[in-house]
Design a protein around this ligand. Structure first.
Ligand SMILES: NC(=O)c1ccc[n+]([C@@H]2O[C@H](COP(=O)([O-])OP(=O)(O)OC[C@H]3O[C@@H](n4cnc5c(N)ncnc54)[C@H](OP(=O)(O)O)[C@@H]3O)[C@@H](O)[C@H]2O)c1
Length: 308
């Protein structure tokens, strides 16, 4: 039996939960992975050595059961309506289980009066989670994930177009972090609470990129020319609703319009890039082209072929 503290990872089949679980296991920590269902992702986690817990993160009974024998946790509220409910359930259970340290996924935009109701709920959760005496907290407040651009990978592969409402093509407005690099910061903070308690980190990619840079990198990874086109939010919402990615609810799609407005105003460029992936995660952040190449490698259907 491991003498290391046991760590619960919520949303363990998700974008940041999955690499967080795998990186913790690599470091020799026992991990309980909270997933919604058994599928290929939970199989990957189980094969790597995680203990799988299937449950509903909205249910206090499930969260209490998931925290039995656990000392630390990564709390990642899914992008879904009632984010505050997810966090309230987590906090109530963390109180009962007397957790010693929690790393929570917040947002760079987290603020009291933000127009997005999702973001205001994140702000309230940031306050509530820090209120339990005896439990230390590290906050990871990420901006716009690199993963968000992959929503339009099919369109880029088939039409040579990266159509998103991100504003001027040459404005350097985001330093997008990979899911693995966000996870590395989470893992760094989970492994050393004494050093990271009470701190806030903001993982970013290595450099600020413009929408034209993003399209060019996607094109290189796909082996074809890809052009950026600035579209209206209305058009983006229509496209997402027509082919919604499986884990984006109607509510999440509607919040995207508000986040796109922040993007165009340059909010994600403020104080970016940071050195947090290097300093806390102990690695060089992945450049965007590498992130897309890795995503394309998992999608043989996107490669150019005679038939296509
Ligand atoms: N995307 C961005 O640019 C961005 C920026 C800043 C902050 N964030 C924050 O990132 C967080 C989301 O993190 P992520 O992208 O790593 O997560 P994610 O990929 O959206 O994963 C969420 C996971 O939770 C699972 N889930 C959903 N509802 C559940 C329920 N009721 N019970 C149990 N499991 C449930 C989903 O399961 P299934 O997959 O099986 O459906 C999914 O695996 C949000 O809190 C958001 O505020 C995102």
């Amino acid at each position: 039996m491991s003498s290391r503290p046991k760590i619960l990872v919520t949303s363990a089949a998700g974008k940041t939960g999955l690499p967080t679980t795998l990186q913790l296991l690599e470091k020799g920590y026992p991990v309980r992975a909270f997933v919604r269902r058994l599928d290929h992702r939970s199989q990957t986690l189980e094969r790597a050595g995680a203990e799988i817990f299937v449950g509903n993160q909205y249910a206090l009974r499930d969260m209490l059961a998931a925290m039995q024998g656990v000392q630390r946790a990564y709390q990642c509220a899914p992008t879904a309506p009632n984010g505050l409910h997810f966090n309230a359930v987590f906090i109530a259970a963390a109180h009962a289980a007397a957790l010693e340290h929690v790393v929570t996924l917040s947002q760079w935009l987290s603020s009291r009066d933000h127009p997005s109701v999702f973001t205001r709920e994140v702000y309230l959760a940031d306050i509530l989670i820090a209120m339990r005496p005896g439990m230390t907290v590290t906050t990871v407040n990420v901006g716009w994930f690199a993963d968000n651009y992959l929503m339009v990978l099919d369109m880029a592969a088939h039409l040579g177009l990266l159509a998103m409402p991100l504003g001027e093509g040459d404005a350097k407005t985001n330093a997008p972090p990979s899911n693995d690099d966000i996870a590395s910061v989470v893992v760094g903070a989970l492994c050393d609470p004494a050093r990271h308690a009470g701190k806030t980190y903001r993982p970013t990619g290595p450099e600020l990129l413009s929408p034209n840079d993003i399209a060019a990198a996607v094109g290189k990874a796909l082996g074809r020319r890809v052009r950026y086109r600035n579209i209206s939010e209305k058009m983006m919402l229509k496209a997402l609703r027509a082919h919604p990615p499986s884990n984006y609810s109607e509510a999440a799609v509607s919040q995207l319009a508000i986040y796109a407005d922040e993007y165009r105003r340059g909010t994600f460029a403020v104080n970016a890039p940071t050195a947090d992936v290097h300093n806390i995660g102990g690695r060089q952040p992945k450049d965007f082209e590498t992130i897309v190449r890795e995503a394309v490698a998992e999608r043989p259907d996107l490669r150019p072929s005679f038939a296509r």
